[in-house]
Design a protein around this ligand. Sequence first.
Ligand code: GLU
Length: 444
Amino acid sequence: MAMATRVRFAPSPTGRIHIGNTRTAVLNWLFARKTGGEFLLRLDDTDTARSTEAFARGIVEDLEWLGLRPDFMFRQSDRLDRYDAATERLKAAGRLYACYETPDELDRKRKRQLARGLPPVYDRSALKLTPEEKARFEAEGRRPHWRFLLEQRRVAWNDHIRGPQSFDFDSLSDPVLIRNDGSYLYTLPSVVDDIDEKITHVIRGEDHVTNTAVQIQLFEALGATAPDFAHHSLLLGADGQGLSKRTGALSIESLRESGIEPLAVVTLAATLGTSETVHLPENVAELIAHFDLARLSRAPVRFDEAELRALSARLIHSLPYTAVAERLTALGVGGGEPFWLAVRGNLERVAEAAVWWHVVNDPVEAEADDPAFLAQARTLLPDEPWGAETWRDWTNRLKEATGRKGKALFMPLRKALTGLDHGPEMSGLLPLIGRERVIERLRS
Ligand code: GLU
């Protein structure tokens, strides 16, 4: 039997999630659901200066709203002892070495190399330091940062999206794993977690390809086999520029506040980068059934907020009442299913239902454009009970009596009854407004 898959989404709680890393979350979640595996949420909070509890809570909330519930969640700040143990192991194996250069000294080194036409790769001079030299640095108050000694060999993997990858380390400096204040950079903790949590597939953005090459060496140095990798391309804005500058505006929080439907976000995130046209699913099960990592292309993908808005509106137009009942109640909107079915086709956001609820129930202010016509309309009103046919019956009578048709027939009625010149089908609204209020509105 194949090993159960385990994947993780690993945001840093230094901000809320945005559309870019949400796509990473969606791909991981779909992969787990599709393969019957597990989806873990890992909070990469080793950067204690920038990580906050509020952001951590916000991320959990955003995922919950999107419907991407993790099977398990943990944070790196709880696991420092595991990273310390890995550190000791790497030191003992001679793969982690202390360096004492200041940022200025490193900068000068790089400039000299560049001036001589050499790649600015760290020269490993710290490897040659004698115990006396190290002691002298320590006595000066310098604290070491620690670099991982890369092996100069090719590393290859078969990427689930990018295909066969091969990376050689000639132009890469030995990466710093531990800062001189003792804090961990992302590279090592991620590998330790992926080992301990038995992660089978790392699905993340292609900005991590170089990290992957380094991390494969780390997995091996720690006696583990690296998981599979899949690197998806990155999102560009509709203008073809990188998204990062605008990520604040595209946070999941802001999309939610602006009335976007979560299923629209998940659907678009699942479809971007495939050659498929966006197809509105009935539910997430359909998305899961349809999902295949191999369908993702390597090319960068444009994300267009307008496309998301349009998709969200289309989704709302077919949302069943049960999907919105609670939200409508919270908005103070009554009327049950008949009201929802009458107005949903006209909404871009569910919250706009409240506008139509007021239109139906509260007195409208309209200029009586055409009082004689409205008076005549009043006399031709059908008797109750009213239903889906009432509008047609009524306007047919009026058409016969007045010879009016089209806009001249319908618009004065719409304006008198709703106070507006646009909106949901009158055939749906009319029975909701009801005969009594209709008479009232035709009179004023
Ligand atoms: N915290 C890292 C990031 O958000 C995680 C990358 C990974 O998935 O390994 O970029």
